[in-house]
Design a protein around this ligand. Structure first.
Ligand code: GLN
Length: 544
């Protein structure tokens, strides 16, 4: 039966609870344990699918089509365990289920309340499908002290009581700030944050203390004394040069040993950290560097492209190079046509996923530049759609070519999808239906054309499976004309209806994909498309 580690955060947000949880998962896995990670988010949205990336960063999509918090991306990248729908719950989704049950009459005669109905539901979802695992790590979004997270914390308090200490552990992430005027690290915020937890009936057993410098032994003892934990369980969590160093750093500070000691498993030797040491080595000592321009809309909010920037870094690891990212707001190409010259200096151009008309013309300009100047180009989802519109306008001279996402248009090269096949089932959407959870979501197969670049990139695989998240689709009615003009449709849905991949065979490296390959890339298993794209950029860098 699974043991549960509940991970909370205190003092301030943005301490990196997601990376901390993912790193503990990686450490336990490196000791041979089977792990699963989950995230509970206190906000009221059913899922983050309808939220702007400015609000909540990237929406991470799972194989089974759930739109989830970006921390699930960290979990997958650090452990390789594919996240699934039951691994991310929000307050909204919990309430939605409880209210649906109430309407069905499941509680007939009863008053439905936060305790026990909401808390019971939370306990149920935490424990669902956990039997095959040794450890289930459950991260609670937000900061202890928020009103919103109270039902989650109460549910965990109850659950820990029911499971007992042999099967439950609370780990709390806090901040130990350095106060320059005093020249000291301060432990008081941590003490207060733990007090807050104690007030809710929760005694954390392990404290992970974020700090920008080493925490002296006497400060560790002080925290231990005031917070009722063993001094060895006060784990300094110092800033890392790369997130992939965090598992190694936590191991050095004894985190995994403390967790195992708590569960009475401490006699089990050392974890195998070679994979992490190799990754950190590749990040710290690259043999060269390339610069990739990412031409998008949310370029001032890097959390919006979390998986993308990680996948590009993984692509660099595959070639032992550092990948510098030049984030370019595509609108600058619309305001000033000379601005596109900025792309002359880069070794590759990537147009990522996106929504809405703003900046679209600038992205089309960037595609044109990459195509004409023979600079390696990678278009992802919206980026692929813009590449196809660019081809229709500039190679086929269809002036009115556009996407119906921007309004009705005479030549819908990219159009709304209201019906498609998932396996043998038809999925249908009404054009004016709900926006939440109704895109083409999750894993779908694509058949790769023989002799294509993409088939070579995927090591000859005839069929691949990748994750999708989009409402519009390249219109297959334009396929023959575009192919005649040189744009090959090298990946199609198995029924031949949905274009999945396009490429220019006469270009050094130009690929557009309708799906999001960045979601499946891992540091120890760089995605072949990102490895291929960065490889092409390396070649380009040597040519100029
Ligand atoms: N906005 C486009 C669509 O909905 C592309 C989405 C994306 O890039 N994820 O089809």
């Amino acid at each position: 039966m699974a043991r549960f580690v509940f991970i909370t955060g205190g003092v301030v947000s943005s301490l990196g609870k997601g990376i901390a949880s993912a790193s503990l998962g990686a450490l336990l896995q490196a000791r041979g344990y089977k792990v699963r990670l989950r995230k509970l988010d206190p906000y009221l949205n059913y899922d983050p699918g309808t939220m702007s990336p400015y609000q909540h960063g990237e929406v991470y999509v799972t194989d089974d089509g759930a739109e989830t918090d970006l921390d699930l991306g960290h979990y997958e990248r650090f452990t390789g365990v594919a996240a699934r729908k039951p691994d991310n719950w929000t307050t909204g989704r919990i309430y939605s289920d409880v209210i649906a049950a109430e309407r069905r009459g499941d509680y007939l005669g009863g008053t439905v309340q936060v305790i026990p109905h909401i808390t019971d539901k939370i306990k149920e979802v935490i424990q669902a499908e956990t039997d095959p695992y040794d450890f289930v790590l459950v991260e609670i979004g937000g900061t202890v002290g928020d009103i919103e997270s109270l039902p989650f914390l109460e549910a965990m308090r109850q659950l820990a009581n029911e499971l007992g200490p042999q099967r439950s552990l609370f780990m709390h992430l806090t901040l130990v700030p350095y106060i320059a005027s005093a020249g000291e690290l301060k432990t008081k915020p941590t003490q207060h944050s733990v007090k807050e937890l104690l007030g809710l009936g929760i005694q954390p057993q392990i404290l992970l203390c974020r700090s920008d410098r080493p925490i002296p032994e006497n400060e560790r003892r002080k925290i231990a004394l005031f917070c009722n934990v063993r001094p060895e369980s006060v784990i300094p969590a110092l800033d890392a040069r790369t997130i992939y160093e965090v598992p190694l750093m936590y191991h050095r500070e004894g985190l995994d040993q403390e967790v195992l000691r708590h569960f009475g498993l401490s006699a089990y030797g050392e974890p195998d950290m070679t994979r992490w040491a190799r990754i950190v080595q590749a990040v710290k000592q690259p043999e060269g560097e390339v610069t990739i321009a990412v031409v998008g809309k949310y370029t001032n909010l890097l959390d919006a492209y979390k998986s993308l920037s990680e996948a590009l870094a993984h692509g660099g690891m595959a070639h032992n190079v550092r990948v510098n990212l030049d984030w370019v707001d595509s609108q600058i190409f619309e305001d000033d046509s000379a601005a596109v010259a900025r792309l002359e200096k880069v070794n590759g151009i990537l147009v990522p996923g996106g929504f809405g008309e703003r900046g679209a013309e600038g992205k089309i300009e960037a595609v044109k530049f990459a195509r004409e100047r023979r600079i390696p180009f990678f278009g992802i989802c919206f980026g692929m759609q813009m590449a196809v519109i660019e081809a229709a306008r500039n190679l086929l001279h269809i002036k009115g070519a556009s996407s119906t996402e921007f309004g009705a248009c005479p030549e819908p090269v990219v159009g709304l999808l209201t019906e498609w096949l998932r396996g043998n089932e038809v999925e249908k959407r009404a054009a004016a239906g709900d926006l939440g959870g109704t895109m083409r979501l999750g894993a779908y197969p694509a058949a790769l054309a023989e002799g294509s670049l993409v088939r070579e990139v995927y090591a000859g695989a005839p069929v691949i499976e990748e994750r999708h998240r989009h409402r519009y689709e390249v219109n297959v009615a334009y396929k023959d004309r575009l192919e005649a003009a040189g744009l090959r449709f090298s990946g199609m849905s198995p029924d031949g209806v949905l274009p999945e991949i396009v490429e220019y065979p006469d270009h050094p490296w130009f690929i557009g994909v309708q799906y999001h390959p960045e979601l499946k890339s891992k540091p120890f298993e760089p995605h072949p498309l990102f490895a291929g794209f960065v490889g092409a950029a390396v070649k380009q860098a040597r040519l100029v």
